[in-house]
Write a protein that binds this ligand. Structure first.
Ligand SMILES: [Zn+2]
Length: 222
């Protein structure tokens, strides 16, 4: 009996230490060495797509692409998804900006001059942070300015407008005042912050790109 208890304690110890060190054990996806990502279980955010669906990340945080370290959108994510995919609110809040008059580009034009030609919806959360959802399809915002939205509610349809090389959703959470008068530049003066999601598998350094996580991330019930 004593032996059995000893074995059980040992096993639990190994299991628990393994779990606790899940991030330290791996350098996988450590693109932002100075960033602190909160534990998924403590996150106030959910993935921006419907429960049961799975998508891959085309560009993660702190990459050599357009989410480079030190840039205003270093903690943004690009999610590969076909035009017309329902986007859900990652957190409850109020819609503060909508643009939806631009036409989708086929197959997409990788030209920074189109940065202010993206359809978008911006939602302000109760703590003052703002979520930007970009590249929506033509008339793809399903909410109006002033609307209250609940976490997980469908708010928009993805698209391929603005500076894109293919259909995807760019989204980020920013923490600051919007001081830029240009209507489509809401995110430019705002620094993005590192975020995690409470309804998918562990991602202690943020969501990983397609090459490292080819199966992508499934939105689970929460
Ligand atoms: Zn992006």
């Amino acid at each position: 009996m004593k032996k059995l208890i000893y074995v059980i304690i040992c096993f639990s110890f190994i299991y628990c230490s393994k779990k606790e060190n899940k991030c330290e054990d791996s350098e996988l996806g450590v693109n932002c060495p100075d960033a602190t990502f909160i534990n998924e279980s403590d996150s106030p955010y959910v993935l921006p797509w419907e429960i049961g669906k799975t998508f891959t990340i085309g560009q993660s945080n702190c990459t050599d692409g357009s989410h480079f370290i030190g840039g205003y959108n270093q903690f943004a994510y690009d999610v590969n998804m076909p035009i017309g995919t329902p986007i859900v609110a990652i957190r409850s809040g109020v819609v503060i900006r909508v643009v939806e008059n631009f036409i989708d580009l086929e197959p997409g034009i990788n030209d920074s001059a189109l940065v202010d030609k993206a359809n978008l919806i911006v939602i302000e959360h109760e703590d003052g942070t703002k979520a930007d959802y970009l590249h929506l399809t033509l008339n793809g915002a399903l909410k109006d300015v002033g609307d209250n939205v609940v976490q997980g509610e469908i708010i928009a349809l993805s698209g391929n407008t603005g500076w894109t090389s293919g259909p995807h959703l760019h989204f980020q959470v920013s923490k600051c005042e919007d001081t830029d008068p240009r209507p489509n530049y809401t995110w430019f003066e705002c620094e993005s912050i590192p975020i995690t999601f409470k309804n998918t598998k562990e991602h202690c350094h943020g969501l990983l790109e397609l090459e490292l996580m080819p199966d992508g991330y499934t939105a689970e019930k929460y």
